[in-house]
Design a protein around this ligand. Sequence first.
Ligand SMILES: NC(=O)C1=CN([C@@H]2O[C@H](COP(=O)(O)OP(=O)(O)OC[C@H]3O[C@@H](n4cnc5c(N)ncnc54)[C@H](O)[C@@H]3O)[C@@H](O)[C@H]2O)C=CC1
Ligand SMILES: O=C(O)C(=O)COP(=O)(O)O
Length: 536
Amino acid sequence: MDREYRIIVTERIDEAGIQYLKEHAEVDIKYDVPYEELLKIIDEYDAIIVRSVTNVSEELMKAGKKLKVVGRAGNGTDNIDLDAATRLGIIVVNTPEGNIIAAAELTIAHILAISRNLPQANYAAKQKDFRRNRFNGVELYGKTVGIIGLGRIGSLVATRLKAFGMRVIAYDPYISDERFTKFGAEKVENLDDLLRQSDFITIHTPRTPETMGMIGKEELKKVKKGVRIVNCARGGLIDEEALYEALKEGIVAAAALDVFVKEPSYEKERDEDFDNPLLNLDNVIVTPHLGASTVEAQYNVGYSVAKAVIAALNGEITPNVVNMPQLDKEELFAMKPFLNLGEKIGNIYYQVEREPVKKIEINLSGDVAQCRSQFISMSVLKGLLDPVLNERVNFVNAEYVAKSRGIDVVVSSSNEVSDYTNLVKVRFENAKRSLEFAGTVFGKNELRIVNFMGYEVEFAPSEYMLVVKNVDKPGVIGQIGTLLGVSKVNISMMRVSPSKDGKALMVLGIDRGLSRETLSMIKNIEGVENAIMMNL
Ligand SMILES: NC(=O)C1=CN([C@@H]2O[C@H](COP(=O)(O)OP(=O)(O)OC[C@H]3O[C@@H](n4cnc5c(N)ncnc54)[C@H](O)[C@@H]3O)[C@@H](O)[C@H]2O)C=CC1
Ligand SMILES: O=C(O)C(=O)COP(=O)(O)O
């Protein structure tokens, strides 16, 4: 087990995921736990794993005093308050790719089911009613399908429907023209064009304030009479009341719904509380949010979310963090030493200075200039703020916390190479003065601080360090060495900067922390201007 993490899983995930979690943490499985009960127990857990039902609200995350990670075994994160998670420094991870084939295939299944009345015909036939004339369907071939949202799932649906000989048109104002071409979809400039032309409409957008109810009463007045509509994305994207009326009036010939605004319980044998008039219409077919319910998809999302949650708990920056800019694995690997370096440099400031920072200027040069600078600045902020604030500061909320404290961050990059093949320079400005530090990475992973408050001194960060600023004259170093020897402190490394204005900086790596007395004796040595203990 990696430390004593406790994880609660509130919705069914694949056994492979549960097994992985159990190898690394203590796991409590509480499927379908009522919200009020969850609220009471959430403070016992370091991470929570959910699917689409659990309401991961701000209130819940605030109550989760130890909560560090929310894992979503699936794609949509609309049941998680991402802004609140970010403010609270809670990492949200999901598995966006793991169930998209399953969701796309269910969409195709629904399109076929409503074009041929499969569920109704199946039901009748099982009642020994074989009057097939009641179930005359329509072909997909030659028809127009309008896809709203040509993202991961929408695009898979597009290519599959092309194979049926359908004309595919799509509305998605946020993607490039190349994407439409790539997936064989004709771009329509506005939703109205799609509504007017489509024989089938299928929606694949996320649930956002903009997309909720995007097909409502007005939109349903513009559709072709007899259109068939599918929603395998999120409940409410198509307004349920307006859809009900349009289905009753025959404007919409049939609808297939995998999702509802208010979702039922997926655990109860009979959910008496689920009361939706759409269930009463014969030309509506429904499934219980089955988009992701395949053996393959559940294995993918269950196992991946378990791995991502454990990695995030262990402080690794993982791919698929939803509330932070995305990094792919290779980029992350290349950037990791620089992230560590940035964090170390950020961490130095409050060990040498007591004034609050007002502005931070970060300059990246050489190889590191290729990295996405935002991540380096996030690591500097994390290193600066996490040790000194009561609230948790991590990659997820570092920028937010800095902003809310009025710290101005400016980042610049240049490809010019100085004495080092890569260099991260950071200047911290406070009300009284500014302090400059710089560091580099040698080879793959060897961190070096090469500039400390303007002094050129090269050393590897370590747990116990003594930094002394002194008048550059003979005898000072000897006295410090003697004093440490008397105090039985071992020196593992010693670096002295060239003299600057008659002063020099000395950095010593030592085997343990110094007592207050020893430190104050060092400070009292003649010629010593200042001495601090540092932990990097
Ligand atoms: N039924 C189920 O079990 C499952 C449902 N889903 C849901 O499917 C939906 C699509 O998922 P993905 O394809 O992975 O998402 P995605 O993020 O890859 O694609 C969404 C697309 O919608 C577009 N979009 C956003 N706002 C729009 C607007 N106002 N008008 C038109 N287009 C807009 C975006 O530009 C993007 O291309 C989500 O709602 C997700 O939660 C996902 C997996 C399983
Ligand atoms: O992944 C998604 O977005 C889904 O909608 C699937 O939801 P589920 O995990 O099956 O509750």
